[in-house]
Write a protein that binds this ligand. Structure first.
Ligand SMILES: [Zn+2]
Length: 99
C-alpha cells in the first residue's frame, strides 16, 4: 500500500479537486438588485484544474489522473520516497507498462 510522501500515512484514496464549468442567469430584480439565478453545470472538468490531494495532510500530490491512478495501484511501501522520487518511479512504471 502506498504512503503519502509528506505525512507518511497509508493511502487508499485521494481527495480529488477540480473546477467545473458552470453558468447562471444574471438579471436585475424588481427592486433593482442584481440577481443570480438557476445554476447550471456544463459537463466536463476544466482542463488542468485537476488536483489530487492527500486525505490526511491535504498536500497536493498529483495533477494527473493517470499518475494518481498508478499511485493507488502501487503494491509496495513508498514511505521512504519524496514526492519527486515517487512521481519518477510512477512515470518509469508507465513507460515499462507501455512497452
Ligand atoms: Zn499526507
Amino acid at each position: 500500500m502506498p504512503q503519502c510522501p509528506f505525512c507518511k500515512n497509508q493511502i487508499t484514496w485521494l481527495r480529488f479537486h477540480y473546477n467545473e464549468e458552470s453558468y447562471s442567469d444574471f438579471s436585475i430584480s424588481k427592486d433593482k438588485m442584481p440577481l443570480i439565478q438557476s445554476h447550471h453545470t456544463l459537463d466536463g472538468i476544466i482542463k488542468d484544474s485537476e488536483k489530487f490531494k492527500c486525505p490526511y495532510c491535504n498536500k497536493i500530490l498529483f495533477k494527473s489522473r493517470k499518475i494518481a491512478e498508478m499511485f493507488l495501484k502501487l503494491p509496495y511501501n513508498t514511505q521512504y520516497l519524496n514526492l519527486k522520487e515517487l512521481i519518477q518511479i510512477i512515470k518509469n512504471k508507465m513507460v515499462v507498462d507501455n512497452l
